[in-house]
Design a protein around this ligand. Structure first.
Ligand code: APR
Ligand code: ZN
Ligand code: ZN
Length: 399
């Protein structure tokens, strides 16, 4: 069988013949986290063959999302499980499949999704939800769903835990087939840009399109202008929102944000009055849609109050890892504001991503601006530093 050839945006690349590795344990590079906040150790690990309904993929590009940062730092005690391989945004190529997998085969181009779609559970069968009973988001889950064991181990045989159904900071990873979406036709996106659909861009654009259903001419406020917030901006711009107000404590974010649809910028540090009052002035009483993309509970309150009484909707995208309750008095809901959470932008990964990829390929959403840095995989610690310093949106790592 010939080696698969894949267009990667920079020509084509040739991979090892799958038959060389199929059914065998692979030794390859991975970035292993041994403790909360400890630098990643790039070392050789063992990746075991995929079991029933599992897929082993060779990662071509992976990128870092704020959720990797949050859980790696171990902000929430219960999320701590080490050693562990983080990472949940990636594009890659199927190396081999386990028993019973029919949706993908060796050589297919795929992206990893942390919010899987088994297609069979009560949620997957319901159009109203993109949850999945077995493969939904659970940062505490650290083993494979099928048999409760790990597919990774150290060279001397100690298990290494999984993360968010994906664990993409590894040259090869094993996922349940519910968490693998085939995206090798019907779009013109490069592999680099496909990586963005794994989490950040889909989450933000989907929140604007699916969760909020932003309408033309509307007013929008976005709190936190990282990749997720800016993807909301792209989604709102594509829907024809007339005012898109970006709120961020890092003024450098505004330059990039302008290119992605943000029309007004507020730095809370420069304001004497509460941010929601400032937004109310700019929008005749409040926005139609506000999006919380920081994971900060105080920001969530500002975001809620910046929505217009009577009809304003707040969408929560930030991961609030410490156990705090909503900063809202129940009576405040009588003002007619609504609040809702959005996971993976409301997209059902397998059902919706192929069409979304086509739309992105047609330029409905512009992806190129999201990739601000590219580094070799070995420099993963540097990539984390860039995110922590607020310098990167997405830093692509390549093997
Ligand atoms: N007020 C306004 N902006 C803030 C505040 C604050 N108090 N605190 C942080 N920010 C801004 C940061 O300056 C940064 O620009 O929020 C942005 C967050 O961006 P990233 O760190 O790039 O995170 P991103 O990947 O976009 O994820 C955002 O969504 O998926 C979740 O876990 C993720 O909670 C995170 C959020
Ligand atoms: Zn993410
Ligand atoms: Zn399901």
């Amino acid at each position: 069988m010939a080696s698969p050839q894949v267009a990667n945006g920079n020509g084509s690349l040739s991979l090892k013949k799958p038959s060389e590795t199929k059914g065998k344990t692979i030794t390859c590079k991975a970035a292993v986290a041994y403790g909360p906040g400890e630098p990643f150790v790039v070392e050789n690990i063992l990746v075991h063959p995929p079991q029933k309904m599992e897929v082993r993929i060779k990662i071509l590009y992976t990128s870092i999302c704020h959720t990797d940062l949050t859980v790696w730092q171990g902000q929430n005690e219960s999320q701590r499980a080490f050693p562990r391989i983080f990472g949940h945004e990636a594009s890659g190529i199927v190396e081999s499949v386990g028993e019973g997998v029919s949706e993908v085969k060796e050589g297919d181009i795929v992206v990893a999704i942390f919010n899987g779609e088994c297609g069979e559970c009560v949620y997957c069968k319901c159009e109203k939800s993109n949850m999945c009973e077995r493969f939904g988001v659970n940062p505490m889950k650290k083993v494979m769903e099928g048999d409760g064991t790990c597919r990774f181990s150290t060279i001397d045989g100690k298990p290494i835990f999984h993360f968010l159904n994906t664990s993409t900071f590894s040259e090869y990873t094993v996922l349940d087939s519910a968490c693998v979406v085939k995206l090798d036709h019907g779009h013109s996106l490069s592999l680099k840009n496909l990586t963005l659909l794994s989490c950040g861009v889909s989450t933000g654009v989907g929140a604007a399109w699916n969760t909020a259903n932003v309408h033309a001419g509307s007013f929008v406020a976005i709190f936190g202008l990282g990749a997720v917030g800016l993807a909301v901006a792209e989604g709102a711009r594509a829907r024809g929102a007339s005012k898109i107000i970006g709120v961020d404590i890092n003024p450098d974010k505004f330059i990039k944000a302008q290119a992605m649809g943000v029309t007004h910028f507020i730095n809370p540090k420069d304001e004497e009055k509460p941010v929601y009052e400032r937004i109310s002035e700019l929008t005749d009483g409040g926005v139609h849609y506000s999006f919380e993309c920081t994971g900060n509970v105080n920001v969530l309150r500002d975001s809620f109050l910046s929505a217009h009484k009577g009809w304003g909707l707040t969408v929560v995208l930030g991961i609030h890892s410490s156990p705090k309750l909503l900063p809202i008095h129940p009576m405040e809901l009588f003002d007619g504001r609504q609040i809702v959470g959005s996971v993976f932008g409301g997209f059902k990964g397998k059902s919706h991503l192929p069409h979304f990829a086509t739309q992105c390929g047609h330029g409905v959403v512009k992806l190129d601006n999201f990739i601000t840095h590219e580094l070799p995989f070995e420099e993963i610690n540097k990539a984390f530093d860039l995110l922590i310093a607020g310098k990167s949106l997405r830093c692509l790592l390549h093997f």
